[in-house]
Design a protein around this ligand. Structure first.
Ligand SMILES: *Cc1c(COP(=O)(O)O)cnc(C)c1O
Length: 444
C-alpha cells in the first residue's frame, strides 16, 4: 500500500488532470464574441441589439416561463426580484441558514429582514418543517435556495406560502436545468433568480444573471428597475424619465452572446454530468464513512457542487469529533490532488454583518423605528452547523465535460486515503487536541 501523499508518498491525481478549465471556451464562444464586436452593439440599449433579447427568449423557453429578463449578476437578479415584488422596509423574508451571502443580503438591500431557517441535513436545503414557526405578521416572502443544484421541497414550501399568502422567490443560482416533479426550477415560485457567473453551470465570460417569471406585472417591474426606473416601451425611443428607484443592472451584449453559446452546449454538458457524477458517487459506496447527497426520486440534481458528509461513527470510531475527522480526510485528499474545499466556512447568520452589531453609520433594517430588535444567534441553526462541521465540497472541476477521468482518479484517492484509517484518526485526534474539541476532553 503506497504512503499517503500527506506523509511523503506519491500523489494520486496527476498534475495535468488537476486543472480542468471552466467555462469551456470553444470556437463557438469565440465566434459569438467576434459577432458582437463586429456589430458594434455592446449594450441592450443599442439600436436593434439582438443578443440580450435572444438570450432571454431562449432561457424562458428552457425554463418554460412566459418571461425572462437578463441582468448584470445573480445578486442583481435576487435584488430586482425582491424589489419588483415590493419587498420593503421591515418586511421579513425567510431564508435558509446555509447559502451564498447574496441570498441574505438581497433582502437587506430592500431594508427587509432576513429571517434564517435551519436546513435539512440530507438535502442541505431550507427545512420546510421549520418554516411555520418563523412566520410573523411581517413575513412577506420565502426565498428557498436550490442549493448545490438540488431543488428545494417546493410542494411543502408552496403550500405554506399559499396558507400565509407569502411570495416565493427561488434562488436558482446553482441549479440551472434541475427539475422538480418534471418542472424546471425557475418556474416553481412567483419569480426566480439565476446567476451566469463564470463559476456556475451556465456561465458567461464574467458576470450575469437571469430572472424568470410567469407574472407579467413582476416582469414589467423588473424591466423598469433594471434600468433606472424608466418605462420601457417596445419600439419607442428611450424616455429618460424615472418612475421608481431603479438600478443599472443590465446585461451587456458580449456576455449575452457568450451565455447563448454556452446554452447551445448546455444539454450535452448536463447529460455528461448526469453520467459522471452519479458514477463517481456510486464508486464511493464501499466507504461507509461517506454520506453522499440524497436526491429524492421526484427531482433531478444539477450537480453544481458536490457536498460529502463524513461520519466516523459509521466506522465505529467515536474518539474523534466529526469536524476533526473531516478536516483530517480533507487534508489527506488535498495532498493526493483532490480539489476538496469548504463551501461556506460559516453559516449565513454567523457572518459578521449579522453578528457585529456595530454598524458604523450604515442604516440597518433592524434599526427601523417600530421594529423589534433582531439578534442573530449562530447556535440557533444546529443542522447547518453540523453539516458545515462534518462535510466538504468539490466544486467546478466536475463541471467540465472531460471530468470522467479526473473523477476516476478521485475515486482512487478516496480509497487510498481511507485505507490509512489509523493515520486519519491520529491526525483527527491531534486536531481535536489543538482545537480543544476532543470528544474525550468534552466528556471529562
Ligand atoms: C452565485 C450565487 C448567487 C449570486 O450570483 P452572482 O452572479 O455571483 O451575483 C446567489 N445565490 C447563490 C445560491 C449563489 O450560488
Amino acid at each position: 500500500m503506497s504512503h499517503l501523499a500527506m506523509a511523503g508518498g506519491p500523489a494520486t491525481v496527476p498534475q495535468q488532470f488537476r486543472q480542468l478549465p471552466w467555462p469551456v471556451v470553444t470556437a463557438s464562444e469565440e465566434q459569438a464574441l467576434t459577432r458582437v464586436l463586429a456589430s458594434g452593439k455592446f449594450t441592450s440599449m443599442s439600436y436593434k441589439e439582438q443578443e440580450v433579447p435572444a438570450l432571454e427568449h431562449e432561457w424562458a423557453a428552457q425554463v418554460q416561463t412566459s418571461y425572462c429578463a437578463a441582468v448584470s449578476s445573480g445578486t442583481a437578479a435576487l435584488t430586482l426580484s425582491l424589489a419588483a415584488a415590493g419587498i420593503g422596509p421591515g418586511d421579513e423574508v425567510l431564508v435558509p441558514a446555509l447559502s451564498f451571502i447574496a441570498t441574505a443580503t438581497a433582502p437587506f438591500q430592500q431594508m427587509a429582514i432576513p429571517v434564517f431557517v435551519d436546513i435539512d441535513p440530507f438535502t442541505f436545503n431550507i427545512d420546510p418543517e421549520q418554516l411555520e414557526q418563523h412566520i410573523t405578521e411581517r413575513t412577506r416572502a420565502i426565498l428557498p435556495v436550490h442549493l448545490h443544484g438540488l431543488p428545494a421541497d417546493m410542494d411543502k414550501i408552496l403550500a405554506i406560502a399559499h396558507k400565509f399568502q407569502l411570495l416565493v422567490i427561488e434562488d436558482a443560482a446553482q441549479a440551472h436545468g434541475a427539475t422538480y416533479k418534471q418542472k424546471q426550477v425557475g418556474s416553481l415560485g412567483d419569480i426566480a433568480a439565476f446567476s451566469l457567473n463564470v463559476s456556475k453551470n451556465l456561465p458567461t465570460c464574467g458576470e450575469g444573471g437571469l430572472i424568470t417569471t410567469d407574472n407579467e406585472e413582476l416582469y414589467q417591474n423588473v424591466l423598469m428597475l433594471r434600468q433606472f426606473g424608466e418605462r420601457i416601451e417596445e419600439g419607442k425611443e428611450r424616455s429618460y424619465i424615472s418612475h421608481q428607484i431603479g438600478w443599472n443592472h443590465k446585461l451587456n451584449s458580449l456576455q449575452a452572446a457568450f451565455a447563448r453559446s454556452q446554452l447551445t452546449h448546455f444539454p450535452a454538458y448536463e447529460a455528461i454530468r448526469q453520467q459522471n457524477v452519479p458514477r463517481f458517487l456510486a464508486s464511493l459506496a464501499d466507504l461507509p464513512a461517506i454520506i453522499c447527497p440524497y436526491v429524492a426520486s421526484d427531482r433531478t440534481h444539477a450537480w453544481h457542487i458536490l457536498r460529502l458528509r463524513l461520519d466516523p461513527r459509521r466506522l465505529d470510531i467515536d474518539t474523534v469529533s466529526p469536524r476533526s475527522f473531516r478536516l483530517a480526510v480533507q487534508r489527506a485528499l488535498r495532498a493526493e490532488g483532490v480539489a476538496v474545499t469548504e463551501y461556506q466556512k460559516i453559516s449565513l447568520p454567523a457572518q459578521p454583518i449579522f453578528q457585529e452589531e456595530t454598524h458604523k453609520g450604515s442604516i440597518y433594517p433592524w434599526e427601523l423605528p417600530g421594529l423589534p430588535a433582531y439578534h442573530y444567534h449562530k447556535e440557533d441553526y444546529p443542522q447547518t452547523n453540523t453539516v458545515l462541521d462534518d462535510s466538504f465540497t468539490i466544486q467546478r472541476v466536475h463541471l467540465h465535460p472531460h471530468s470522467a477521468t479526473l473523477l476516476e482518479y478521485y475515486t482512487e484517492a478516496f480509497h487510498k486515503v481511507f485505507s490509512h484509517l489509523d493515520t486519519l484518526v491520529h491526525l483527527a485526534h491531534t486536531l481535536d487536541e489543538q482545537a480543544g474539541t476532543g470528544i474525550l476532553k468534552q466528556a471529562r
